[in-house]
Design a protein around this ligand. Structure first.
Ligand SMILES: [Zn+2]
Ligand SMILES: [Zn+2]
Length: 361
């Protein structure tokens, strides 16, 4: 693809794309995605344009398409992607470590772009920034079509954490870093902030990609790990992600299924920690045994999305200790971008692979 840079008045650069970029617009439940051609973007200061190599379908994409999660349409879904920088805005852009990024760099990026200066950002809660923007979650607008992963290109805004990934890391491992892996890292980090994991019993509910990744990360931190899931095939896979199993009460429970919140709250050992990550929302309220939580001195923590530091650490894990686990097998099939509806249907099917990939062909 040829990319032409010209400098219009103002701080934005017109980036013409020949052939045009393609974004798959979600228009509502039951309506096929529609391909939108984007002949160019206005690239602001400190923005970059990334050509997507591979995106993976997350459970929340499936929920949105099924109408189980509200969304302002039209919208380009997809927030697990790996790609290559093809244009850089004025002023340049830095990676998560503060090093300059350039054309050709292979990267993943955070699901959120945050301002860095509001009260929540300065408190370290960048995923809850007062003016947060989330890739794959925003209604498209003028000069704002390329903000989701189910597209040939994504325009990365200032305040996005961008992490380089090595060429040798398979795209199937790299793409989920910006949701599943970073969320799993954030969940385990939340537990570790409360207690060291070395020698503790960690139970993970949910053997989806978040749960299996959390199992592997907890095992790397010295925990004995047990993974529970109603799907016996997925539970069996957990052995390959560091789970050895146990039947005692867990010291730490990571609830990553959205279905075992009551069990998680009830089973934690005295002095235990329960981290709730469950991502299937809106979810029905569950009964809360306050007396049991009090008497057992249980700490309950919620985790939603993650910070820039978490996605950096997630990539560090995938390129380091994580290579010992079969993350490359998570992606069952890769569909052409033009067949996104088929890809999402495959991801929603019973017994589906942990992830289905989508790539421009
Ligand atoms: Zn996700
Ligand atoms: Zn902010």
């Amino acid at each position: 693809m040829r990319v032409t840079l010209t400098r219009p008045p103002g701080i934005r650069r017109d980036v013409a794309l020949r052939p045009p970029a393609v974004a798959m617009a979600f228009l509502g439940e039951g309506v096929p995605h529609e391909a939108v051609a984007v002949p160019g973007v206005a690239l602001g200061e400190h923005e970059v344009l990334v050509a997507v190599e591979l995106s993976t379908v997350c459970g929340s994409d499936v929920h949105t398409v099924q109408g189980r999660r509200p969304a302002a349409v039209p919208l380009v879904l997809g927030h697990e992607s790996v790609g290559r920088i093809v244009a850089v805005g004025d002023g340049g852009v830095l990676d998560a470590e503060g090093a300059p990024l350039g054309i050709g760099d292979r990267v993943v990026w955070s699901v959120t772009a945050s301002c860095g200066s509001c009260d929540r950002c300065t408190a370290g809660l960048t995923q809850k920034c007062r003016s947060v923007m989330k890739y794959g979650h925003e209604r498209i607008g003028v000069h704002g079509e390329l903000n989701g992963g189910f597209a040939s290109h994504v325009q990365l805004r200032p305040g996005t954490t961008i992490v380089p990934v090595p060429e040798q890391l398979p795209a199937a491992i790299a793409a989920p870093a910006s949701c599943a892996t970073a969320t799993a890292w954030a969940a385990v980090a939340r537990a570790r902030a409360i207690r060291p994991l070395e020698g503790t019993r960690v139970r993970v509910h949910g053997a989806g990609l978040v749960g299996l990744t959390a199992a592997a990360i907890a095992a790397e931190h010295g925990a004995v790990v047990d993974v529970r899931d109603p799907d016996a095939r997925r539970t069996a896979v957990a052995e390959e992600f560091g789970a050895t199993g146990f039947d005692d009460a867990p010291d730490v429970v990571i609830e990553a299924s959205g279905r075992a919140v009551s069990v998680a709250l009830d089973e934690a050992e005295v002095g235990g920690t329960v981290v709730l990550v469950g991502s299937v929302f809106p979810a029905p309220a569950v009964p809360f045994d306050a007396e049991g939580i009090v008497r057992r001195l249980v700490t309950v923590a919620g985790v939603h999305n993650y910070t820039g530091a978490d996605v950096s650490a997630a990539v560090g894990f995938l390129t380091g200790a994580g290579r010992a686990y079969p993350f490359a097998t998570a992606v069952g099939a890769v569909h052409p971008l033009s067949e996104l509806d088929r890809a999402i249907a495959a991801a929603a099917a019973p017994g589906a692979a942990l992830r289905i990939g989508v790539a421009m062909r």
